[in-house]
Design a protein around this ligand. Structure first.
Ligand code: TPP
Length: 288
C-alpha cells in the first residue's frame, strides 16, 4: 500500500512542448519496434497525442509512487499498441528509457502486450481485445464505493469496439451514470487487415454511445488544442455521465509510408525503414 502524499500539481506543458514530446515518442516507438523486429506500429503511432495528453496534460499520477491510491487509472485496452504506452511511461519516469529497447525480449518488463507481472506500474493486463472497458468500470465503481475522486480512462481501438463485451459494458456504465469513467476510442478507421467500414462498420459511434446513456465528444485526436480540453472535461465528469471521446486519428501517423495503410498494423520496420522514419520525424520536429 502506498503512503506517499499527492504529488505537487504539475504545470501542463505548452502545446509546442507537447508536440515535441509526441515526436520524441514516435521516434522511440519506431526504434523500439525496429529493435524488437515485431510489433504494431500503426495503432501505436495513431494514439500518441491522446496518450501524451493524458500523461502530461490531464491525469493525476505519480511516477515515483505508481501505486498512489488516489492516482487516475489508465487502461490501454488495445494492448498491442503498448509501445506508445511504454514510451510515455519512460518519458514520465516510470521506466528507465534504456529499457525501451528491450521490448518483446525474453525477461524484459516490456512484453509484447502489457503484463503487470513484469511491469507492476501497469493498471491491467491487456491484449485480449474487448476487456479493458469492463475492467475500467470495475475501477470506477470501486472509486464510487470508496468515495475517492480518481478518474479511470480506457483506450480502445475502433476495430476492438466490434467486440460484444464493449456494448454490455457501455450499457452498464450509462445506466449507472459512471461520470468518473472515460472511454477514448482511437478511431483510426483501420483494424488488423483492412478498413473498419468494410469489415464491420462501427459508425455512427458517437450516436451509439449517446443512445447507451453516455456523453460523447468527437475530436481530431492529433490536435492537442482539442485533445486536452476534451480530456479535461471528461476528467471533470461533465454531464454527470460517462464520456466517450471519439478521436479521429490516422493509423501510422507521422511516418508517411505507414500512414493509413492496413499493412502497417502489425509489421515492424526493418533497419532501412527505421532510418527513413526517424529522419522524417526529426525533420518534422525542426518545424515546430
Ligand atoms: C480477443 C482478440 N481477438 C483478436 C485479437 C487479434 N488482434 C490484435 S490487434 C487486432 C485488430 C485491432 O484493431 P483496432 O482495435 O482498430 O486497433 P488499432 O487499429 O488501433 O491497432 C486484432 C483482431 C486480439 N488481440 N484479441
Amino acid at each position: 500500500m502506498s503512503t506517499t502524499a499527492a504529488p505537487a500539481a504539475a504545470t501542463t506543458p505548452s502545446i509546442t512542448d507537447l508536440k515535441r514530446m509526441a515526436v520524441r515518442l514516435r521516434i522511440d516507438i519506431i526504434k523500439m519496434l525496429g529493435a524488437a523486429g515485431s510489433g504494431h506500429p500503426g495503432g501505436s503511432l495513431s494514439a500518441v497525442e491522446l496518450i501524451t495528453g493524458l500523461y502530461f496534460g490531464v491525469m493525476r499520477h505519480h511516477p515515483q509512487d505508481p501505486k498512489w491510491a488516489d492516482r487516475d487509472r489508465f487502461i490501454l485496452s488495445k494492448g498491442h499498441c503498448c509501445p506508445a504506452l511504454y514510451a510515455v511511461m519512460a518519458e514520465s519516469g516510470y521506466i528507465n528509457p534504456e529499457v525501451l529497447m528491450t521490448l518483446r525480449k525474453m525477461g524484459s518488463p516490456l512484453q509484447g502486450h502489457p503484463d503487470r507481472r513484469f511491469l507492476p506500474a501497469l493498471e491491467a493486463n491487456t491484449g485480449s481485445l474487448g476487456q479493458g472497458l469492463s475492467i475500467g468500470i470495475g475501477m470506477a465503481l470501486a472509486a464510487r464505493l470508496d468515495k475517492k475522486d480518481f478518474h479511470t480512462f480506457v483506450m480502445a481501438g475502433d476495430g476492438e469496439i466490434q467486440e460484444g463485451q464493449n456494448w454490455e459494458a457501455a450499457m452498464f456504465a450509462g445506466h449507472h451514470k459512471l461520470a468518473n469513467l472515460t472511454l477514448i476510442v482511437d478511431y483510426n478507421h483501420i483494424q488488423l487487415d483492412g478498413f473498419v467500414k468494410d469489415i464491420l462498420n462501427v459508425a455512427p459511434l458517437a450516436q451509439k454511445f449517446e443512445a447507451f446513456g453516455w456523453r460523447t465528444v468527437e475530436i481530431d485526436g492529433h490536435n492537442f488544442d482539442q485533445v486536452i480540453p476534451a480530456l479535461k472535461e471528461a476528467r471533470a465528469g461533465a454531464g454527470g455521465k460517462p464520456t466517450c471521446i471519439v478521436a479521429n486519428t490516422v493509423k501510422g501517423k507521422g511516418v508517411s509510408f505507414m500512414e493509413n495503410k492496413p499493412e502497417w498494423h502489425g509489421v515492424a520496420p526493418n533497419a532501412e525503414q527505421v532510418i527513413a522514419a526517424v529522419a522524417e520525424l526529426e525533420a518534422a520536429a525542426k518545424s515546430l
